[in-house]
Design a protein around this ligand. Structure first.
Ligand code: SF4
Length: 129
């Protein structure tokens, strides 16, 4: 199996001349295997995603509950990296709240968010775990 991190662009130069490069097919199940180990796998997603209009102490309480679940999750690092890499705008992922991820997001010199990778459309995620 290919052990290349799917969240990191593969910058290996393609061979020139001769035969076309061999295509390596990585089963999707292998790429997303970490999600099967998620502590939140069978939980109600309302712990991780805010209802419309949630503010103040209700939001802090929900995020604190989600963070506690994430703190004990064996795939926390993978989850957080995924969320940051694809620009997940909503929910708690890997113990990072929406505000946490915004503070980590790359910006241009004027402070505007820079373009994200495909798939980071900002739409509410159909979270698997
Ligand atoms: S770290 Fe990610 S996968 Fe683990 S419990 Fe938190 S949100 Fe779920």
């Amino acid at each position: 199996m290919n052990d290349h991190d799917p969240l990191t662009p593969d910058t290996t130069p393609l061979p020139t001349g001769g035969k076309p490069p061999k295509v390596v097919v990585v089963p999707l199940l292998a790429v997303w295997k970490w999600q099967s180990l998620a502590a939140c796998r069978d939980m109600d997603t309302s712990v991780f995603f805010s209802p419309p209009g949630e503010r103040g102490s209700a939001r802090r309480h929900r995020e604190s509950t989600a963070r506690a679940v994430c703190a004990a999750c064996p795939v926390r690092t993978q989850c957080a990296r995924f969320a940051v890499a694809c620009g997940q705008r909503y929910g708690v992922w890997g113990g990072l709240t929406e505000a946490d991820r915004r503070s980590l997001a790359p910006t241009d010199p004027v402070g505007r968010p820079v373009a994200r990778t495909p798939g980071g459309s900002g739409e509410r995620s159909s979270r698997t775990p």
